[in-house]
Design a protein. Structure first.
Length: 198
């Protein structure tokens, strides 16, 4: 099952990388701590504190998505993820440890060469091999060596509600009515509101 789940994460994300492995392990650990399976609806709520690769794995593994309203993005720039089970009223959070994946100086230099497009074929091959080794070590490492794991106060937002849409009086595009703004007796969507300088 772990291999099958990881493959689904890679397929969704588009490529394999250490980041997707981090998110995969985070999701496994959180779901294990809560004793839950993938959510078909809004039973679980995930909070991701990064827009990096690992957040894709959280969606795949937990079933929490923006479309269902049970995936919350907080732009904190941390490899930290939380999962809430509404039924239990419990939330667990994991955060990548600072020393979990520290590359060596040589590895860091190689990463910079590849990113700048100045790596030779041999260096690119070496980089890929090192990345694969990192992925394998993430997938096999004990949970506590990768993450700080803690139960935190429950985060239970209201379930998503269906809101009617109406056209913006300026651009004509359908917009959720709770996000339309009334200005001089007319309804404006947020972009039109900003354009008009209100």
């Amino acid at each position: 099952m772990p291999e099958e789940g990881f493959k689904k994460c890679v397929d969704f994300h588009g490529h394999t990388c250490p980041g997707i492995a981090i998110g995969f392990r985070a999701a496994q650990i959180l779901m294990d701590r809560l004793g839950v399976r993938k959510a078909p609806d809004e039973e679980l709520v995930a909070v991701v504190e990064t827009d990096a690769c690992g957040s894709d794995a959280i969606q795949v593994m937990t079933g929490c998505t923006f479309g269902k309203g049970n995936l919350v993005f907080k732009n904190y720039g941390k490899h930290a993820f939380s999962l809430t089970d509404r039924k239990q009223g419990r939330t667990f959070r994991v955060c990548l440890r600072p020393d979990a994946l520290t590359p060596s100086q040589d590895h860091r230099a190689l990463i910079e060469k590849v990113r700048s497009g100045q790596a030779s074929k041999e260096e690119t091959h070496q980089y890929r091999r090192l990345q694969q080794e990192r992925i394998e070590s993430i997938l096999k490492a004990p949970a506590e060596s990768l993450f700080k794991i803690e139960e935190v106060p429950p985060f239970i937002p209201p379930e998503a509600e269906i809101v009617e849409s109406a056209p913006c009086d300026y651009c004509g595009e359908m917009t959720k009515t709770d996000l339309l703004r009334e200005v001089d007796g007319r309804q404006a969507c947020i972009p039109c509101d900003h354009k008009r300088g209100w």
